[in-house]
Design a protein around this ligand. Structure first.
Ligand code: ITT
Length: 205
């Protein structure tokens, strides 16, 4: 089949941390596209995230953004799953404390819930479900990163739960990693690198 030409990609996220990671990772994988973000589409209203899974929410976001823009679009739904909390905060990661999406409050609530748990019970993972949508394709790509919830915040890099997400193999939280390091191993990197393979097979740039 003849490859389609792809010039412009709409990255449909309101989260600046995510947007910067998407751009950096795509560029590190040599995917050179013109990037449109929500701030370029003034009338765009993100949908309500009413799904029960990362996949449902990622689909809702990508479909809504593509229907509005008609530009080939990616959106991710991502978050943290803590084993001893049966996968919470999960799809509620952004709104764990309340609807304000305040990262410090979300972290405080999580640390409080885990305050009596020893290190080995604090296993968790970051997950990213990424959906690409255009007039022909609706494709899903996933990534996850295993780690532990640390006992207090460490490091100022990244966003969201990064300062309490501890990686034993680095003896650092993700908040202590340089963005370049995070973007070589993260759940988002893994999903985007699968997306990049799909692009290279099906599109010319
Ligand atoms: P969009 O829906 O507009 O993309 P959002 O921040 O609302 O932005 P989600 O609904 O997918 O995105 O919620 C993801 C939340 O999960 C995010 O707000 C963080 O709290 C957390 N999260 C996701 N990826 C993360 C990462 O790489 N590092 C730290 N926290 C992350």
């Amino acid at each position: 089949m003849k490859k389609s030409y792809l010039k412009t990609l709409f990255i449909a996220t309101e989260n600046i941390g995510k947007l910067n990671e998407f751009k950096d990772i795509l560029s590190s994988l040599n995917i050179k596209l013109d990037i449109i973000s929500i701030k370029d589409l003034k009338d765009y209203r993100p949908p309500e995230e009413s799904g029960k899974t990362f996949y449902e929410n990622a689909l809702i976001k990508a479909r809504n953004a593509y229907e509005f823009s008609k530009i080939p679009t990616i959106a991710d739904d991502s978050g943290l799953e803590v084993n001893c909390l049966n996968g919470l905060p999960g799809v509620l990661s952004k709104r764990f404390y309340n609807n304000s999406g305040n990262f410090d409050k979300n972290i405080e609530k999580l640390l409080n819930l885990l305050k009596d748990e020893p290190f080995e019970k604090r296993k968790a993972r970051f997950k990213c479900v990424l959906v690409y949508k255009d007039n022909l394709y609706e494709e899903v790509f996933e990534g996850s990163l295993e780690g532990y919830i640390w006992f207090e915040k460490r490091g100022k890099n990244g966003f969201g739960y990064d300062p309490i997400f501890y990686l034993p193999e680095y003896n650092k939280t993700v908040g202590e990693l340089e963005s370049k390091e995070k973007n070589k191993i993260s759940h988002r990197y893994q999903a985007i690198s699968k997306f990049a393979e799909f692009l290279k097979i099906n599109f010319s740039f």
